[in-house]
Design a protein. Structure first.
Length: 256
């Protein structure tokens, strides 16, 4: 396996993905398939799941002759990526001789200090889950940074966030002993790309988890929020047309 990213913006995206995944779990299996880079996993409490698919064409170089699965500690990988400086390429490779190690290099002709890492791999037992796409009753597409800003505001007032729909309008709200906050969202809002509401919904989710899901806003300018009764919330970031980051969160069963 031998992959290279020499586009600075894409290096930042990959770094952002890895650094924010460590909030959900400590270790993941990374699948270097022949035509795509893939990570799937759940948080430690098993109420959320992430599904990340980066097409081989998204990388500057991507060679994986066989489907390779390696287990790695996200805290270590995140710490390594934090040492990368602007304009340094990300080069990862794995060979059969040192099969229990992953080699990572940050190299640039403009950089004074090239960096080289050898990372021990870990054994992780996990099965891949099938990700279905149900018929969602609400689909919202909006500016990802603005959505994060709204969720941050809501999270500061309560531990739960409710999504309610009425008369083609979406209300996102939270309440606590301090205050009740409600945000009205319609297609008239300038940051909204599209809003489709097919049925009235009243769903409640853990505010901390939604806040963590919004930390991936640097991955894409826009975010898609998808909701339906009795299925997990889906937050989708399109890295490009063929590369996607999806995060799912189970609803709170009872908020009383």
């Amino acid at each position: 396996m031998d992959i290279l990213l020499d586009n600075d913006k894409r290096c930042v995206v990959l770094t952002n993905i890895i650094q924010n995944l460590k909030v959900f779990t400590d270790n993941v299996n990374i699948h270097f398939n022949e035509d795509h880079f893939y990570i799937q996993g759940m948080d430690t409490s098993h109420v959320s799941m992430f599904d990340i698919n980066l097409d081989s064409s998204w990388f500057s170089k991507y060679n994986s002759e066989t489907n390779l699965c390696i287990g790695i500690n996200l805290n270590i990988l995140s710490k390594i990526l934090s040492t990368r400086t602007e304009k340094q390429n990300i080069h990862m490779y794995h060979d059969k001789v040192n099969c229990d190690k992953l080699n990572i290099e940050f190299i640039s002709e403009e950089s004074d200090y090239n960096k080289y890492f050898v990372v021990p791999l870990v054994d992780i037992e996990s099965d891949l889950l099938e990700v279905s796409e149900p018929d969602y009753e609400l689909e919202l597409n909006m500016d990802s940074k603005k959505f994060k800003q709204l969720i941050d505001q809501l999270s500061s007032f309560g531990e739960s966030i409710k999504f309610n729909t009425e008369n083609n309008t979406l209300y996102i709200e939270t309440d606590s002993e301090e205050s009740n906050m409600k945000i009205e969202i319609t297609e008239k809002n300038k940051d909204i790309k599209s809003l489709k509401i097919e049925d009235n919904l009243n769903l409640c989710f853990n505010a901390k988890f939604i806040h963590n899901m919004c930390m991936f806003c640097k991955v894409s300018e826009n975010v898609e929020i998808k909701l339906a009764k009795d299925v997990p919330l889906q937050i989708l970031y399109k890295v490009n047309d063929t590369s996607l980051l999806k995060i799912f969160l189970a609803p709170k069963i009872n908020d009383d």
